[in-house]
Write a protein that binds this ligand. Structure first.
Ligand code: R5P
Length: 293
């Protein structure tokens, strides 16, 4: 097996290779003055099981284009198999046609990866893992929730209450609670498809005097998390932290979340950011090492 750390995941890719004690093929990359991407592998991949690591957070379109170029290049250079590790799989929130005439974006992305010769996609906390099972190509969706919970446990939050957002995500808080053991629950959130505004709809939990950790897969604009933090504060919680796998933190989302009453924000390096203190490298390396799986 050889690992190719893509331009968007240089550090994570190298760490995965180090944990696997496997060879790295570096990528030479640049952006031409007109914005086009250039990719070159500085090494051979013929007959190799190639693992390309490339997250697709902002700039999503450029990162995807680089991923397509790398995968297709590996195919042309006669790699034996091509696995793409895409820790944050952008476009996965558009997992169906919500309104007539909309593009089914995640289907298009997976179709393009398949056309570029990809045999397997490994991602982390995909927005809707169910839809990923419907494609021909194999997609493995890993969970970094227990890694986030471990981080809080190591910081002295053993026994904190784990909260998730939305009924569909209640398993997320349950997963964190296996580590934190302070009880878990969810509040219902609803987003208006046209205005994008989020409302908290079910508010029957008691978190008074508790340390509360709110777990979500993604923090993008921060709107959902801010609503939840304010609600948890109103209930008289002792402290409240935002934990997410993919800290996209668009614009000034981080500041707005802190101003809304959060004691801290913790994310993973699926998306590099100033809050990405939890590494998913061991989780991904373990999955890649398990060749039988
Ligand atoms: C929604 O289903 C997701 O789990 C996140 O809650 C959402 O994507 C966060 O977006 P934003 O930060 O813009 O509210």
């Amino acid at each position: 097996m050889i690992v190719i750390p893509g331009p968007a995941s240089q550090e994570l890719g190298r760490k995965i290779a180090e944990l696997l004690k496997t060879k790295v093929v570096p990528v030479e990359f640049k952006r031409f003055p007109d914005g086009e991407s250039y990719i070159r592998f500085d090494g051979d991949v013929e007959n190799e099981d190639v693992v390309i690591v490339q997250t697709t957070s902002s700039p999503q379109n450029e990162n995807f284009l680089q991923l397509f170029l790398m995968a297709d290049n590996a195919k042309d250079m006669k790699a034996q198999t091509i696995t793409t590790v895409v820790p944050y799989l952008a476009y996965s929130r558009q997992d169906k046609r919500f309104r007539p005439g909309e593009a089914f974006s995640i289907k298009t992305i997976v179709t393009l990866l398949e056309a570029c010769g990809v045999h397997r996609i490994i991602t982390v906390n995909a927005h809707n893992p169910k839809v990923l099972g419907d494609f021909r190509i194999r997609v493995d969706d890993l969970s970094a929730i227990s890694l986030l919970a471990e981080h809080f446990k190591n910081k002295g939050f053993d026994g904190a209450f784990s909260l998730s957002l939305g009924k569909k995500a209640r398993a997320v808080a349950a997963e964190a609670n296996i580590v934190l053991k302070g009880g878990h629950g969810y509040v219902d959130t609803r987003r208006d498809r046209l205005t994008g505004k989020v409302n908290i709809e079910r508010k029957t939990l008691s978190v008074k005097g508790r340390d509360v950790i709110i777990f979500d897969d993604i923090i993008s604009s921060g709107g959902t998390m801010i609503k939840a933090i304010k609600w948890v504060r109103e209930q008289g919680a002792k402290s409240v932290y935002a934990a997410c796998v993919h800290p996209l933190l668009v614009g000034d989302a981080k500041d707005k979340i802190m101003k809304s009453g959060a004691d801290g924000i913790v994310g993973t390096n699926c998306v590099p950011s100033t809050v990405s203190v939890v590494s998913v490298a061991p989780l991904i390396a373990k999955t890649l090492a398990n060749r039988g799986a």
